[in-house]
Design a protein around this ligand. Sequence first.
Ligand code: PLP
Length: 346
Amino acid sequence: MTYLPPAPLRLRLDGDALVANWRMLDHASGAAACGAAVKADGYGLGARGVVTRLSEAGCRDFFVSNWAEAKAIADLGVTVSVLHGVRSEDMGLAKSGIARPVLNTARQVQRWREAGGGICDVMVDTGMNRLGLSIEEARSGLLDGLEIQTLMSHLACADEVHPLNRLQLNRFALVKERVNACRYSLANSAGVLLGRDYAFDLTRPGLALYGGVPSPAAEERVRQVVFPEAQVIQRRRLHAGDVVGYNATWSAVEDTELAVLNIGYADGYLRGFSGVGCARSGDNVFPVRGRVSMDLLIVDVGTTSAVAEGDWLRVEYSLYDSALRSGVSQYELLTGLGKRFSRMWQ
Ligand SMILES: *Cc1c(COP(=O)(O)O)cnc(C)c1O
């Protein structure tokens, strides 16, 4: 094997915070079990690291998007549901039993039945108009005799006060009345925080596990999990009037010093942070100057700090605040985190 030097950027991942967030959501789910959405490689953290830690904490139900994602965690011995269901291309893997499909369409139901059926989940659309059978289809007898482990629906506006929340809850109850399943499940992260009515038998948080804040009221209850850090590649002195970065969008009003960090928009640190993000070292805060580049970030370390070439700086990434400042959603801030970070659980 050829030697690879350590990456100049890393994600510190706080495993205790991840587990604490799951426990908070589990508690808020009341009598319902609390699962975990680990699609998109565990929202960018790395699904295997997430699943290992949460299953140790007692989490039993995991949700991914597709069969490749299911396969990537299949050896960890947990129960996995594939939210996008089964295409004919997926049937080989689906029949091998590594995960359950969440059947979304009449065709998927038929495909599953024709292949011999077996335990599956079913999604019903109650108003989002994304994936799932219509309420009429679900109540039509289409599902009769199917071995449904979890019948679910998904909330469109759980992170807001919105009349659709109550409407979806009522419609879901209507489906539950007619369709037999071992368990019923409606709530994502924000749905868990809407109240116990929404929990049914199983909740499916994603965002809040990873430090996302689904509603402002929850800010105190969710712990930050993801901490990006980048190494200083170069230091330079700047004179009053000098400009910084692509398109020279920032110019110094007085002499100062810069540090150039090994992180950029190709790592998921998007241009929305230009001029609004910051990095930190100890109690010092270093504002981002000019535009974020593809692989580099320029921060103002002032004339008094001791930041040196080779130092590591923490890049501010508290999700609620960073989303407000950058205009990038908390979901995108997580799932955009690139491949070049070394991911370090602690
Ligand atoms: C992504 C997803 C979740 C998790 O949603 P969060 O808002 O991240 O908590 C739950 N259920 C379904 C069907 C999803 O697609």
